[in-house]
Design a protein around this ligand. Structure first.
Ligand SMILES: [Zn+2]
Length: 162
């Protein structure tokens, strides 16, 4: 078979199990990779650097003066209700356990932060991708709401999320 012939050979249609698991690992990889991108978008809009911190769950953005912690949650790992309905095809029980542990860890981190007097705002990755300015505005509003505390009437301590 010449190179020219090979060029026109047809490829099988459909998804093999191997391709499917590749698709899963690709979605995880790209998720991890693009996971940094919404952070950078938000970082730019908020004019705020992403700094390492040692708070529970290491929130993506922290406003120490107002004690506001922002978590930017990836749709895949944190099981966003819009984009992460189905479990990966392969090894569903493993993933279910893994996602349950993630959710539990998120909850414990949130509780620990709140017990330390922090307010926690959780932002979905898709909020940043679809409505970056609106999302940044929501965060800025949450910062304003709690700052300066003395000149404002104290409202609800918990920030509403989406
Ligand atoms: Zn989502």
């Amino acid at each position: 078979m010449s190179l020219l012939d090979r060029k026109y050979t047809t490829k099988p249609v459909g998804v093999s199990p191997k391709a499917r698991s590749l698709a899963v690992s690709h979605s995880m990889r790209s998720n991890k990779r693009s996971g940094t991108k919404p952070e950078l978008v938000l970082s730019g809009l908020l004019k705020k650097k992403i700094l390492q911190n040692h708070l529970p769950g290491s929130p993506d953005f922290v406003f120490p003066r107002t004690k506001l912690a922002i978590f930017l949650n990836g749709c895949f790992w944190h099981r966003c209700p819009i984009h992460a309905k189905a479990l990966p095809n392969t090894n569903a029980p493993f993933w279910r356990r893994k996602f349950e542990r993630n959710a539990e860890r998120d909850r414990l981190n949130r509780e620990e932060l709140e017990s330390m007097g922090w307010r926690v705002l959780e932002i979905w990755e898709h909020d940043v991708k679809e409505r970056p300015r609106e999302t940044a505005a929501r965060i800025k509003a949450a910062v304003r709401e709690s700052y300066p505390i003395s000149s404002r009437t104290s409202k609800s301590k918990t920030a509403r999320v989406s």
